[in-house]
Design a protein around this ligand. Structure first.
Ligand SMILES: CC(=O)SCCNC(=O)CCNC(=O)[C@H](O)C(C)(C)COP(=O)(O)OP(=O)(O)OC[C@H]1O[C@@H](n2cnc3c(N)ncnc32)[C@H](O)[C@@H]1OP(=O)(O)O
Length: 559
């Protein structure tokens, strides 16, 4: 526990009261600087907590080694990284990309980037060269910080910027690469934090759409109050909690809420470097004394699949559990109550928004199983019809943020792209929902072809583009197929080149091809070979026909 954890994070409050009392100006006091006149994100997340003497990071490696890092140690490391970046010509506003597992060096890289006034861009370690290349080109990153396990992927990235490598004991770096360990050891532990303002960027994210490659989501400093609020009000983080967000900081939920949010509150975060298994997850909850847990429903469903015996060792230990990335099934809620004695609450958000509709752990309001909850204080949301008219209860429509009445809203458009989702005073999320009579929001489905699998948002176009680069493939269509464990799995329908025979060996080759080139998490788990794909007379792919085919009891008749 950090002594510096903000007192504001304690105690239960009334939801309606929190909405009525919301004031954006209150956050300046918390961040040791003003969004209007200048603050530094590393100071807000780290330096200002040094005096409290608390822990910033509890880390466990794949080999079971454990270490803790204080805010003072992370401040020191952030300054060394900032000096390294400045020596490489990184200036305030430049982008630094990080492709690292959940290590202390990842946290130092993020904090150091912010200390230098630069913008951190996450690259998920499961990405292949195609996904990396697109993102680096989009952001014009000046430097990529990675490790030797991921270094080779950059060889196939056209226009790759300079590379800095974090070595493990006994490793060296290639000629021409920067040795982060050696450089930071030699660098000064002093670096004056660069002040930035509300509209300056500190993160460059990406998100997948339906029709094109992933879009850049620029995150300005004015998102900090929203990230802080989520940890305080929805996750309900208390000073005495031991907090673990399982999500990888290569994605929004992990970067916003396993890194930025807890550190803003002066609270320690937990990184476990190893791959997800139910066994390792229960073991970490037990050994680290975790009391407040966050993650995606797929992770929770995998915990459930391990059975009640596996859960018995931590029953009663979790005070609050938060779920994000895909809707939470009522069955998971019941199981967690029975076998873990833990309240698990559903939260809704997007990379473009952060979390905005939540069943709050700290704020008192009615919680319905199957509902995403109430708008977080600082956001007003509405359910819209096709003409952007606000709909009343129990009518499905698109969830939208009311831009003129949402002081916490920070997203103002995709990076260097048109953003038709922002129009007429609303941001339309693309998710279909229903308003309940008490003001809570229930999720109905996605209004477009974006796939939600294991909490990841996957663009079908991205996977289709990777598939058609394979010499055996002429055309491909990709949809989300309902799946009890992962919500949806990626399913590809493939039209093969003349004289190529579709069989299981080729399907496996295609799976591996997409895994290596695009990403280890976004490959088609199921592949079906077709003679032709359903299209409109003008030649536009009709993915909905394929989706219907998947859910129809008589698949072939529906095709
Ligand atoms: C605001 C927002 O909502 S942002 C989005 C929030 N969503 C998230 O953060 C995603 C949440 N999901 C997860 O964390 C994970 O899917 C979990 C923990 C639920 C389940 O983890 P896993 O069972 O390992 O599956 P995951 O979907 O991550 O991995 C898929 C594949 O990619 C591989 N993979 C994952 N990460 C990596 C990596 N870093 N390097 C190489 N391969 C990887 C896995 O081994 C797996 O391969 P397999 O299908 O051959 O077994």
């Amino acid at each position: 526990m950090s002594n510096a954890t903000d007192r504001a994070a304690t105690g239960v409050a009334d939801y309606a009261d929190a909405v009525a009392r919301f004031r954006l100006a209150d956050f300046d006091r918390l961040f040791a600087g003003s969004l209007e006149t200048g603050l530094n994100v590393c100071v807000a997340c780290c330096d200002r907590h040094v005096a409290g003497g608390g822990i910033a990071l509890e880390w466990e490696g794949q080999d079971g080694r454990r270490a803790t890092f204080t805010f003072a140690e992370m401040k020191d490391q952030s300054a060394r990284v900032a000096n390294l970046l400045a020596a490489q010509g990184v200036r305030p506003g430049d982008v630094v990309a990080g492709m690292l597992p959940r290590t202390p060096e990842l946290l130092a890289t993020i904090l150091g980037t912010w200390r230098a006034g630069a913008v951190y861009q996450p690259l998920f370690t499961a990405f292949g060269p195609k996904a990396i290349e697109h993102r680096l080109k989009m952001s014009a990153a000046k430097l990529v910080v990675t490790d030797n396990a991921n270094r080779a992927k950059l060889d196939d990235v056209a226009g790759c910027p300079a590379v800095a490598v974090v070595t493990r004991p006994g490793e060296s770096v290639r000629p021409g690469d920067l040795d982060v360990r050696a450089e930071t050891a030699a660098a000064s532990a002093t670096f004056a934090p660069v002040l930035r303002k509300a509209d300056d960027l500190f993160l460059m994210m990406s998100t997948s759409g339906t029709t094109g490659l992933p879009k850049g989501v620029p995150v300005p400093l004015k998102a900090l109050p929203a990230f802080y609020s989520y940890l305080r009000d929805a996750v309900g983080l208390r000073p005495e909690d031991k907090f673990w967000n399982i999500a990888d900081p290569g994605w929004a939920y992990g970067l916003y809420y396993a890194v930025t949010g807890p550190l803003l509150l002066g609270h320690a975060t937990t990184f476990y470097e190893g791959p997800f298994t139910a066994e390792s997850t229960y073991s970490i909850i037990k050994r680290h004394g975790i009391t407040n847990l966050a993650g995606a429903p797929t992770a929770y469903r995998l915990l459930i699949a391990a059975g009640p015996e596996a859960a018995a060792g931590v029953k009663g230990q979790l005070r609050a559990v938060s779920s994000a990335g895909e809707p939470l099934n009522p069955e998971v809620i019941r199981w967690f109550a029975e076998h873990l004695a833990a309240p698990i609450f559903d939260h809704y958000g997007q990379t473009e928004l952060g979390m905005v509709v939540n069943n709050h752990h700290r704020l008192r309001h009615v919680v319905h199983p199957g509902s995403a909850g109430m708008p977080m204080p600082g956001f007003r949301v509405a359910v819209l019809d096709d003409e952007s008219r606000e709909l009343g209860p129990n009518v499905p429509g698109v969830l939208a943020v009311d831009l003129n009445n949402s002081p916490l809203m920070w997203f103002s458009g995709y990076w260097q792209q048109e953003t038709p989702a922002i129009a007429g005073g609303y941001y339309r999320t693309g998710d279909t929902v229903e308003l309940e009579p008490d003001g809570s929001i229930s999720f109905v489905g996605r209004a477009d072809d974006v796939i939600t699998s294991s909490g990841y948002r996957i663009g079908p176009f991205d996977v289709e583009s990777a598939l058609i680069e394979h010499p055996a493939v002429i055309e491909a269509a990709v949809i989300g197929k309902p799946d009890p464990e992962r919500t949806e799995i990626v399913k590809a329908y493939v039209v093969l080149a003349k004289d190529v025979q579709g069989n299981e060996q080729l399907a496996e080759d295609l799976r591996q091809y997409v895994k290596k080139r695009l990403s280890a998490h976004a490959y088609p788990r199921e592949i079906e070979f077709l003679e032709q794909l359903p299209k409109t007379p003008s030649g536009k792919l009709q993915r909905f026909v394929l989706r219907k085919r998947e859910t129809s009891p008589d698949k072939d008749a529906a095709a």
